[in-house]
Design a protein around this ligand. Structure first.
Ligand code: FES
Length: 486
């Protein structure tokens, strides 16, 4: 039985994280061949998985049965042309498998007749051997062995996944993600935290051009931007207008903090979430036609009627139009006063940004320590969620050193720790002896040279922490400190 599955599909099939599987590969408990897993190896390594429990199929059926709003239904199912193309491909696979089976059937009939012929004029011994051979063949053809039944269930699940989603690899960065529902390549990349270059996101500017290296795509949204014939011949597509039919490899640039232009937009207030008298979160929505491009860990300027301030973004770039900004109430901050006292849903907030260059090093596979001083939790939260969406770090430890704002999202951090095997959360109560606390924290990492450290706090707090981490062996270039007001 030789049916190879890419690791990214195995992740979906067995419901485990990519890191968990990579750990198994490293430990030798899951064998791979060129990044692929053989079907019988998969069955051996995950005997506890219920292959006939088709969660994906059930999810679609439930949504259909409950007659969800049309928009939700469209989010789950691919564009109809893409769906038709995927079903055609599936039909071709099925036809090829049927043809092969017919061929095997003919070979069996021929073999059966041959045995008859030979039996007629051979010795009793030979006739007995042939009889035994025929009985063996008939018995094994009549009933499938248990592992063949399991293999059938896995292949059926994989086929459904292939109809519902396509896998994308971006070159040269190596980012990978799935395109689900009626998302375009660009929608899916952003949803997965991959910061591809783009401009208008509606087919007008040409900024999202990319080259298709393998696989097939279909245009699912009209675009006014005209691609030149030479570009079309070279496989250039607009990522905001095309969706993959099957697994594709695309050549496209992933933006760093310096590549993202300064943007201005008017956002609407969605809600204000007051955590305590010192700390609130402002949730705003960017216009449909102009999402804000930013990376985890960056900040934006917000203003209303002359009240203005720069605040850390606490949301993930993967959250579509939603932006969360966390705002400490500090004396003299007129914008913060507005947020705590008067701002309400649907008010308009002017946004300018993003600012800041402390963003994730997406090329680093190293374990990560996040260090948040008080309200410095905001950029750290954004970085953590971005790292989660990219499945970036081998492991993540969050140390949150509280001030008067407290651990105002303690429950969220505990939820992350419960949900993720590779996430540890250590809250630290306010203390007058920060030096002693930092000394204790770094003492837990005798192998600090292997880590990346992202920290956010005041300039003084960052200098103090940096000294401790570097003294304990952290390479200077692996320290990423983001200064917040304070
Ligand atoms: S982002 Fe402007 S054409 Fe795609």
């Amino acid at each position: 039985m030789s049916h190879l599955l890419p690791l990214s599909r195995v992740v979906k099939l067995v419901g485990q994280s990519r890191h968990a599987l990579q750990e198994m590969i490293r430990a030798g408990t899951l064998a791979t061949f060129d990044g692929m897993v053989e079907l019988d190896e998969l069955l051996r390594a995950f005997p506890e998985v219920k292959w006939d429990d088709d969660a994906e199929f059930r999810r679609v059926s439930e949504i259909k049965d409950r007659a969800f709003a049309k928009r939700v239904f469209e989010r789950v199912l691919p564009d109809k042309e893409v769906l038709a193309a995927r079903l055609t491909e599936l039909g071709d696979d099925y036809a090829a498998a049927r043809a092969l089976l017919l061929h095997y059937g003919n070979v069996m009939t021929w073999l059966d007749e041959k045995i008859d012929e030979i039996e007629e004029d051979k010795s009793a011994e030979t006739r007995h051997a042939l009889h035994t051979l025929r009985a063996f063949l008939l018995r094994n053809l009549a009933e499938m062995p248990p592992d063949a039944v399991l293999a059938q269930a896995v292949i059926a699940q994989e086929r459904i996944l292939k109809v519902m989603s396509a896998h994308v690899t971006i070159q040269p960065s190596g980012h990978e993600f799935f395109v689900e529902g009626n998302d375009t390549l660009l929608d899916a990349a952003l949803r997965n935290g991959v910061s591809l270059n783009y401009g208008c996101s509606n087919g007008n500017c040409g900024e999202c051009k990319a080259r298709l290296l393998s696989g097939e795509v279909k245009k699912v949204r009209a675009h006014d931007y005209v691609l030149k014939d030479a570009e079309k011949d070279a496989g250039v597509v607009l990522m905001c207008s095309y969706a993959p039919v099957n697994d594709v490899v695309i050549e496209a640039n992933v933006a760093g903090a310096r590549d993202i232009p300064l943007q201005q937009l008017a956002a609407k207030v969605k809600s204000v979430e007051v955590f305590n008298p010192h700390m609130a979160a402002l949730h705003i929505l960017a216009p449909r036609s102009q999402r804000l491009r930013y990376l985890g860990g960056q900040s934006i300027d917000l203003s209303i009627n002359g009240a203005r301030g720069r605040y850390a973004i606490a949301s993930c770039p993967c959250e579509d139009r939603h932006i969360e900004v966390q705002i400490p109430r500090r004396p003299g901050d007129a914008f913060a006063e507005l947020v705590f006292d008067t701002l309400k849903a649907n008010d308009t907030v002017e946004v300018e940004g993003p600012y800041g260059e402390v963003v994730l090093d997406e090329d680093s596979p190293r374990p990560v320590i996040f260090l948040a001083f008080g309200a410095g939790f905001a950029p750290i939260k954004s970085l953590i969620q971005h790292a989660m969406s990219l499945e970036l770090a081998e492991s993540m430890d969050l140390h949150w050193l509280a001030d008067e704002t407290g651990h105002y999202q303690d429950n969220l951090c505990r939820t992350w720790a419960d949900a993720l095997d590779n996430f540890n959360y250590v809250p630290h109560a306010p203390t007058d002896d920060v030096d002693a606390l930092l000394k204790n924290i770094v003492a837990d990492y005798p192998d600090l040279h292997r880590f990346d450290v992202y920290a956010a706090g005041s300039v003084t707090q960052l200098e103090q922490a940096r000294a401790h981490f570097l003294h304990q062996g952290l390479p200077e270039v692996r320290w990423f400190g983001a200064a917040t007001a304070g």
